[in-house]
Unconditional design. Structure first.
Length: 324
């Protein structure tokens, strides 16, 4: 493989950074960040001379992750989002300073603004109701402004064939693994044909009014900064109904107990049509199937993350009556 840019932190050097940033970089230090959170990407914090800090994002060097990214163009999509759509959205997003992508391998690099977190945002513990309200406010802006961007020629719908093919593989391969990890926790799903339900759900959601949706709004994809909650990791975005983001965010940002306390209030106050909310809850199961395939198997956090994602999603579906 001959790629003309660094594909991992060990390949970073002053010459490439200087060329990418269009200025001289005399020295830098780096350290890993976001450990256990980047299922498809690896992140390092770069500290340049003079105290400037940047984030370098790379593809995780795991073949299943690279295959999934290559099948659906995930990383190219995120780069194009930052280059073409982010300037049109009134959202607090990290600036993209440089990027490169190789379609033959799915390797990529992005140099992004570093937004220092003031509080941990963790998908296992959740982020609580106050920060979840902030996420809903950001999503409301995205769903409003995104309606004007749905006809962007290269933006995929959530049922594009590449996406459907990729997620079908995740379900078929991941469901047996999910059962092994979660045991009786997933018993409510055992009478459900997951692939059939997935295809039916995606087809239905595509009939609803569309906007730009992030597609994976969970604490691991958020930064709680001094300027508020920032949504990151846009490789999975596409066009879909607002309910897609809201259902998944509701389940993953709040514990089951918190969701049961605040779900009605949050839904009642959300200023967009949420038709399809109950159906959209199912996407959490798709993510739960994908996590053990795409994540680092040596990460002790992975099993707990899979269980947490499945538990919150299954209980939300039971409460909504979509598994009865």
């Amino acid at each position: 493989m001959n790629v003309a840019f660094p594909t991992c932190p060990e390949e970073l050097n002053r010459e490439w950074l200087s060329d990418a940033l269009n200025r001289s970089v005399e020295s830098f230090e780096m350290c890993p960040i976001g450990g256990g959170k980047g299922n498809l990407g690896d992140l390092v914090l770069l500290s340049l001379e003079g105290g400037e800090q940047l984030v370098a994002k790379f593809a995780a060097n795991r073949q299943e992750s690279l295959n999934a990214a290559k099948r659906s163009g995930l990383f190219e999509r995120e780069i194009k989002f930052y280059l073409e759509l982010a300037p049109k959205l009134d959202l607090r997003l990290p600036a993209l300073f440089a990027s490169a992508y190789d379609p033959s391998s799915a390797y990529f690099i992005m140099l992004l603004e570093y937004l220092e977190p003031i509080k941990e945002s963790d998908s296992i513990s959740g982020i609580g109701i106050d920060h979840t309200r902030q996420v809903f406010a950001e999503l409301s802006k995205l769903h409003t402004q995104g309606k004007d961007l749905v006809d962007t020629p290269w933006v995929q719908t959530m049922i594009s064939q590449d996406r459907i093919n990729n997620l079908t593989i995740m379900i078929e391969k991941g469901w047996p693994v999910l059962q092994d990890i979660c045991g009786e926790l997933v018993d409510p799903l055992k009478e459900t044909d997951l692939l059939e339900k997935f295809l039916e759900t995606m087809s239905y959601l595509n009939t609803l009014d569309q906007t730009i949706v992030h597609g994976d709004v969970k604490p691991d994809n958020l930064i709680i900064s001094s300027q508020g909650v920032v949504i990151i990791d846009w490789q999975g975005f596409g066009t879909g109904p607002p309910a897609w983001d809201i259902a998944y965010c509701m389940c993953q940002c709040l514990t089951t107990e918190e969701r049961r306390l605040y779900e009605s209030e949050l839904l009642a106050n959300y200023p967009h049509d949420l038709v399809g909310y109950k159906e959209s809850l199912f996407f959490g199961i798709v993510i739960a199937c994908a996590l053990p395939l795409l994540g680092n198997p040596d990460d002790p956090r992975l099993g707990k993350l899979v269980e947490t994602t499945a538990e919150r999603t299954i209980n939300a579906m039971l409460d909504a009556g979509t598994l009865n």
